[in-house]
Design a protein around this ligand. Structure first.
Ligand code: DQA
Length: 139
């Protein structure tokens, strides 16, 4: 099984950025843990702060990978272009968030992406990614 993880803007700063919300672990460390936990899954990881690059990665992997786990950061709440990219591909996409976006500012409650995704997981810290992986293992 091949799974692509895509992180959007500001998620390169995980571990330093607002640690009370996003925790103290870098994504690279967490990614190593995921790879060790699921030795039979081929994970790829990509992060970009640029909307078009996220779209390019969705196009690049969305016809061959078994699934995409996408934390589009703040683009979640604004990007019709990423919504359209998700609709354009075949691979199922799970929207994930580290924080519980519904318990924060009002503007985080709306997702432009959720209607195009297979499901949404939010609020479990970095474990949101692991729960998304588990969702791909459900038969
Ligand atoms: C986030 C939530 C978004 O609202 C925010 O803009 C982020 C991170 C999360 O993982 O909790 O950058 O996607």
């Amino acid at each position: 099984m091949q799974i692509q993880i895509i992180n959007g803007p500001n998620l390169n700063l995980l571990g330093m950025r607002e640690p009370e919300i996003y925790g103290i672990s870098s994504f690279e460390d967490y990614f190593n843990e995921l790879e060790n936990r699921y030795p039979d899954i081929a994970f790829s990881y990509y992060q970009s702060n640029i909307e078009g690059e996220i779209i390019d990665k969705i196009h690049e992997t969305g016809f061959t990978f078994d699934g995409i786990i996408l934390n589009a950061g703040a683009y979640t709440h604004t990007s019709i272009a990423i919504h359209d990219a998700i609709k354009s591909i075949y691979s199922p996409v799970i929207e994930v968030h580290i924080s519980n976006v519904h318990a924060r500012e009002l503007f985080r409650r709306h997702s432009m992406l959720a209607p195009a995704c297979k499901g949404v997981i939010a609020g479990f810290g970095l474990d949101s990614y692991r729960l998304a992986v588990e969702s791909f293992l459900i038969k």
